[in-house]
Design a protein around this ligand. Structure first.
Ligand SMILES: [Mn+2]
Length: 353
């Protein structure tokens, strides 16, 4: 049996934007802990190899310390590590992957064409981004050696969102003859699926870096006997969690996590920063977003024969007009904010927070 650990999109060296510096720096550090956990898992599972399907680094030439720490961890993994450079860590002239002192067990697919590297009883195929864009289909026309079990590691898109990120078509996967295709680029995990006899999957990023990467993250353990099977293993890194609620509370059990509390329902304007400070002990980091609507009794003032009434009616008209448009949610939130500021001004009150 062949056993592999499949990961991708770690983005080591990423600045991790949109968070306080202390929080971001803890997460930057945790990216290395996550890589260490992946190597430990590979060893405890006695895997034959680790496959990294691109965007291991945030950029082609990360800082010396980011690169040194990464290769030192990978070099101690005790098994071959196959890396397919992605659109972030592509093979530029100054690519970190051109270093002369890479650990011997680390093998890079340097070219924008498919290469084969034998690994004991099986073959590992792969290719890499040579520039931030790959606009042709590298897998098209590919056939693996039918006499040996084989896997491939690639960065690309099975559901094409633009012409730039290496389209991988299910038809070409089905024709490849591979046992397993280890994909990267899509940060949300996909279930493993089959095209012909080939199993393929996106493990997603092994750790979230923002509220657009929520939930449990991990890697796939792939086992190949006659056919390939893939099993998701969570790595237990801090999670990003978004909660939509009318309650000004953070549920239990999120002490290690980063929480975005989106307040909904009817309410007077919320002091989001004060609430975030109050809730801070409930999680590793708390952010509060106010999506509440003005209470009904305030909105009913649209019926008044007054300037405030006319103002609210005008806003309702704007909202109604945006009702069919794609950005109606944003327009709704903006008109809510306009109502609050407008009414405060008309009533001679202080502007809401
Ligand atoms: Mn990518």
């Amino acid at each position: 049996m062949i056993k592999l650990i499949h990961t991708a999109d770690l983005h080591l060296g990423s600045p991790i934007a949109g968070l306080p510096e202390e929080t971001a720096s803890a997460l930057r550090e945790e990216l290395f802990t996550t890589l260490a956990k992946i190597c430990e898992l590979a060893e405890s599972e006695r895997a034959d190899a680790i496959l990294i399907a691109g965007d291991l680094f945030e950029e082609p030439s990360p800082s010396r310390s980011v690169a040194d720490r990464t290769f030192s961890l990978l070099g101690r993994a005790g098994m071959p590590v196959f890396i397919s450079p992605g659109n972030h860590d592509f093979m530029s002239v100054h690519s970190v992957y051109r270093r002369q002192d890479l650990p011997e067990n680390v093998r890079i697919f340097r070219y924008e064409r498919i290469e084969k590297i034998p690994c004991g009883d099986f073959d590992v195929y792969g290719a890499g981004f040579a520039a931030p864009r790959v606009e042709h289909e590298l897998l098209h026309g590919f056939r693996a050696d039918p006499d040996r079990p084989s896997v491939m590691v690639l960065h690309g898109e099975t559901e094409v969102s633009s012409a730039y990120y290496h389209a991988v078509s299910p038809r070409d996967i089905a024709a490849s003859g591979l046992s397993y295709l280890a994909l990267g680029h899509i940060h949300a995990r996909s279930e493993a699926a089959r095209a012909g006899d080939t199993l393929f999957a996106y493990p997603g990023c092994p750790m979230g870096r923002g509220f657009d990467e929520t939930g449990e993250k991990g890697v796939y353990i792939v086992e190949i006997e006659d056919r390939a099977r893939a099993r998701f293993v969570p790595l237990g890194a801090r999670k990003f969690v978004t909660i939509e609620s009318g309650e000004r509370a953070v549920p239990d059990g999120l002490e290690r996590d980063l929480v975005k509390l989106v307040l909904t329902g009817e309410s007077e304007p919320v002091d989001t920063e004060a609430l975030a400070r109050e809730l801070a002990p409930r999680a590793f980091y708390v952010k509060v977003v106010d999506r509440t609507r003005l209470p009904k009794r305030v909105r009913e003032r649209a019926g008044e024969d007054s300037l405030a009434g006319a103002f609210l009616r005008a806003l309702d008209a704007v909202r109604a007009e945006a009702g069919g448009a794609g950005d109606s949610e944003e327009t709704g939130a903006l008109s809510e904010l306009a109502a609050r500021y407008g009414l405060a001004a008309l009533d001679g009150e202080e502007a809401p927070l």
